[in-house]
Design a protein. Structure first.
Length: 277
């Protein structure tokens, strides 16, 4: 071969083989392809419908509604021709998002929470049988470790939800609060040890639960909101009053958390749903 020795050709061929990939990389699916897959999946609404009489934290007023426009004359307080309402309620109403600033001065408000924090891997810790046996139950670090034995480490960036089936008491406010004769509430919550492990070691993005509070009722009845203050103090958000956690798997689902973007908002009703694997 003119200009090339046999040895040179063999060296060049070997180099080319090294540089060529063993197989062509798989093409990344398009968003349209991902959407076509998602459409085949089961979606589960994790949100309660809210109205003026729903269970809520006892220190908050009830919601008020006014119909200011109605299709026909004589109903709307301002006019007719279409349907429009004014809603007046505290931000922490129904299934809702607590922004970090709800408890932690200087932390993020709702408008500062990025949209990439609104679609997350869903992790469900199922302690509903323990809560049925003991309504004061607080989810423990051991509960989390037992979950990890079955499913592997809690994924970084996950949304951690505590299933207690307390949402089955909705919309009975007295059953949700479950107070005794002295007025002490009895409903389940998180333990601080479990919360610290999830946020500091596993670096989850957010958490959620079915009762009205993060902490067990026996704690909140004494004005103790240690776990809620801790979560929001990490500059992370939480969702309260979730529903239908009994209809989603412990692992493998995605959760979508959507809420409005009020400037300097401390909280607002949310629409939360799971996409099952």
């Amino acid at each position: 071969m003119t200009g090339f020795t046999r040895k040179t050709v063999l060296v060049l061929l070997a180099a080319a083989l090294v540089l060529l990939p063993a197989s062509a990389p798989a093409a990344e699916p398009s968003l349209a392809e991902i959407y076509s897959i998602l459409k085949t999946k089961e979606f589960v609404d994790l949100t309660h419908t809210f109205d003026t009489e729903i269970p809520h934290w006892p220190g908050f007023p009830k919601e008020k509604r006014e119909t200011i426009y109605w299709y026909d004359q004589g109903v709307g307080t301002m006019g007719y021709g279409f349907f429009a309402q004014v809603f007046s309620h505290v931000g922490q109403w129904g299934t809702h998002c607590d922004a970090p600033a709800h408890f932690a001065r200087g932390k993020r408000t709702l408008d500062q929470i990025g949209v990439k924090e609104m679609i997350l891997p869903l992790v469900v810790f199922d302690v509903h049988e323990k809560a049925a046996a003991n309504p004061d139950y607080a989810l423990t670090l051991e509960d989390v470790k037992e979950w990890e034995k079955k499913h592997g480490p809690v994924p970084e960036g996950a949304f951690a939800a505590m299933r207690t089936d307390w949402s089955k008491r909705w919309p009975d406010a007295a059953a949700m609060r479950n107070a005794d004769a002295s007025g002490t509430a009895h409903y389940p919550g998180w333990s601080l040890e479990a919360m610290k492990y999830l946020f500091e070691e596993r670096k989850i993005t957010a958490s959620g639960h079915e009762p009205t509070d993060t902490d067990p009722g026996v704690s909140t009845s004494k004005g103790d909101y240690t776990c809620e203050a801790y979560v929001l103090g990490q500059d992370r958000y939480q969702i309260e009053l979730l529903a239908n956690l009994d209809k989603v798997p412990e692992s493998g689902a995605l959760v979508v958390v959507a809420f409005p973007k009020p400037f300097f908002g401390s909280g607002f009703p949310a629409r939360v749903f799971a996409i099952l694997p």
